[in-house]
Ligand binder design. Structure first.
Ligand code: 2P0
Length: 328
């Protein structure tokens, strides 16, 4: 039987040597073509490919070092071993190291402001696998690190690279071909603006939200095929440098994902009145000629996609938005 332990044991050298101090950085990412739904929850395999833009300087720094006792900290504060997030991190470390894991110090710092409304599990698990790879001199190819990061969080597969990245759905039952790869892109002026609606914890985790959508939404049946087609089309448009078509398709893809959630029984609704007001303001400005598009994830914040030339218009329309240059 294939399970997470077997995949890690087959992918990471055994036995691992003694660790040394290592530090790694991984960027957060925002999907232009979304991952929504798992075909295998134990192996965290997606129902469809997805494509994202990494957020440059916004992400996670992680240090791994040998220690006398296990110690985990987040932004300078110790994290107890029984907190859900800490337990997930240690489970990942246990799987990576295999039996006889040495005690470790793990220090994680986010450069994504906690109030930015951006998920940190993607950059967190990408930085963690990368730091473990270095600390234990495992010398794993980036694709293998991406494949393993998937066990921490699906979207972490895409945070191993800067720029535009595609996570392939993969065909193998054991999921060893379900990892990301970078895309040659021709969109150097691509920018993101995060319009904050709520920075608090979400009501329903994305894992729960997607599992419930897959199980109960009558609209979900159309999602995997549509999402795969969107992902292929967006990849081709990103290579061609066709910003307008990328933005329009990314917005349609995000709204289709939210439509499938809204049709779940009971509904999964991350869209708040303020989110919708921002979308309507964007659509009105677009009718007046602004070339900008929106995407939303498993939360109420609105992420705008635009080009550098529209920066002043975006700031005028959304004065509180946080502007991100993914290539800075
Ligand atoms: C994405 N999201 O493609 C989609 C769009 C949210 C909406 O990937 O269960 O935290 O850990 O694999 O990666 C968020 O889901 O989920 C996500 P798990 P993850 O960015």
């Amino acid at each position: 039987m294939t399970n997470a332990t077997a995949i890690f044991d087959a992918s990471v050298p055994r036995p691992l040597g003694a660790p040394h101090v290592a530090e790694a950085y991984a960027p957060a990412n925002i999907a232009l073509s979304k991952y929504w739904g798992k075909r295998d929850t134990a192996l965290n395999l997606p129902t469809n490919s997805s494509l994202s833009i990494s957020l440059g300087q916004l992400g996670t720094h992680t240090k791994v070092a040998p220690a006398d006792t296990d110690h985990l900290s987040f932004n300078g504060r110790a994290m107890g071993g029984d907190a859900t997030a800490a337990a997930k991190i240690w489970r990942f470390v246990d799987r990576f190291c295999g039996v006889n894991r040495p005690n470790l110090l793990i220090e994680t710092t986010n450069t994504v402001p906690t109030a930015a409304g951006l998920a940190s599990s993607a950059s967190g698990f990408a930085a963690l696998v990368s730091a473990l790879n270095d600390a234990f001199a495992a010398d794993l190819p980036k694709e293998t690190q991406s494949m393993l990061a998937r066990f921490g969080s699906g979207s972490a597969t895409r945070s191993l690279w800067p720029g535009f990245v595609r996570w392939n759905v993969g065909e193998r039952r054991d999921g060893t071909d379900s990892h990301a790869r970078p895309i040659d892109a021709n969109l150097p002026d691509f920018r993101i603006a995060v319009v904050l609606v709520d920075s608090g914890p979400k009501a329903q985790s994305s894992s729960e939200g997607m599992t419930h959508t897959v199980k109960t939404s009558p609209l979900y049946a159309t999602w995997p095929t549509q999402a795969e087609a969107d992902c292929d089309a967006i990849e081709a448009l990103v290579r061609d440098g066709d910003f307008g078509s990328v933005g329009a398709l990314a917005e349609a893809n995000a709204l289709a994902m939210h439509a499938s959630m809204l049709a779940a029984r009971p509904a999964v609704c991350y869209i708040k009145p303020a989110s919708l007001a921002h979308l309507e303001a964007l659509w009105a400005a677009r009718r007046d000629g602004l070339e900008a598009y929106a995407t939303m994830d498993a939360g109420p914040n609105v992420k705008l996609m635009f080009e550098e030339k529209s920066r002043d218009d975006i700031i005028a329309l959304f004065p509180t938005a946080q502007i991100i240059n993914p290539f800075a």
